[in-house]
Design a protein around this ligand. Structure first.
Ligand SMILES: C[S@@+](CC[C@H](N)C(=O)[O-])C[C@H]1O[C@@H](n2cnc3c(N)ncnc32)[C@H](O)[C@@H]1O
Length: 283
């Protein structure tokens, strides 16, 4: 019997389940859409449509990659973030839903109105945070810093895709070394996993995401120490900062900021109640 959209979806779902993937239904649909070149609407409204051999082979190739635990975002080359459809690849951390909270806090609390803000993103990765902020604040300008030249190519591509490239400077740099601009807002989602914990993470993360995007040093705080130490000279008087933190790191990062004379607020909690973003202002 020949394959249909729904039978292929079911086959792929079962294989992903057997491979230990925890979102097999969703992932199977995304691979079916990409491999067979059909939309979600077509799958739902015409599930018994026959698929040809070329479509089956294309879906098979993608399924094998997912069975080997390659993230869906790498297979598709795209990831939804905030309101945006961003390009991603193996050179950047796939932007996470938690990081949308940095954008939200930045917009609602730290960049409340429309103004010609200057924003710095340290460790921009795919550019997710800075590109989303510039999209939402059309008079703002930004600087995206990353140590990885390959990551910065992705930032550039996303900035062009979203239409903010003319307001974004892209800089390959070791954190804020030599940077002397004064910013209204500094954001960062730096690497914060303890080095010794990385190999215990899900295969999608430890095998496929860039180690430099994950590794926060022995205690997970290496980047926070460097970034907080630089904030006093990076912020304008009255400027603010928002740093994403991992589980259990908020109080430690808040203390680092206070130790260099910055003011802090209560760390902002995400929808699960986890303190997720450490926020504060120039001293
Ligand atoms: C956790 S990822 C965050 C990426 C992106 N901002 C996001 O939230 O999805 C951290 C980023 O910091 C960058 N990074 C690591 N060490 C760095 C350094 N010494 N200087 C600048 N960037 C660095 C990595 O290349 C990576 O892109």
């Amino acid at each position: 019997m020949s394959e249909t959209l729904v039978s292929l979806w079911t086959d792929v779902r079962k294989r992903l389940e057997a491979a230990g993937i925890d979102t097999p239904v969703l992932d199977a649909r995304l691979l079916l859409e990409a491999g067979a070149g059909v939309s979600r609407l077509e799958i739902v409204t015409d599930p018994r449509r026959a698929v040809d051999e070329a479509q089956v082979e294309a879906v098979e190739a993608l399924t094998k990659r997912r069975e080997a635990r390659e993230p869906v975002s790498h297979i598709l080359g795209r990831k939804h973030f905030w309101t945006l459809d961003l390009l991603v690849n193996a050179n950047v951390l796939t932007p996470r839903p938690e990081t949308e909270f940095v954008v939200e806090v930045g917009l609602l609390e730290l960049l409340p109105a429309e103004a010609p803000y200057r924003i710095l993103d340290l460790g921009a990765g795919s550019g997710a945070i800075i590109v989303a902020l510039l999209k939402e604040r059309p008079n703002a300008t930004g600087v995206a810093v990353d140590i990885s030249a390959k990551a910065l190519e992705v930032v550039q591509a996303n900035a062009e895709r979203v239409g903010v490239a003319d307001r974004l400077e892209i800089l390959q740099n070791n954190w804020a070394d030599g940077l002397d601009g004064r910013f209204d807002l500094v954001v960062s989602n730096p690497p914060y996993i303890r080095s010794g914990d990385i190999d215990g993470l899900a295969p999608e993360v430890c095998r496929f995401e860039p180690r430099i995007a994950l590794d926060g040093g022995e205690d997970g705080f290496t980047a926070y120490r460097i970034i907080t130490a630089a904030l006093p000279r990076l912020l304008k008087p009255g400027g603010a900062f928002a740093l994403e933190v991992g589980l259990g790191q908020a109080e430690g990062v808040k203390a680092l900021a206070e130790a260099v004379g910055l003011g802090t607020f209560e760390p902002r909690r995400d929808l699960s109640g986890i303190p997720r973003v450490v926020v504060g202002h120039s001293g």
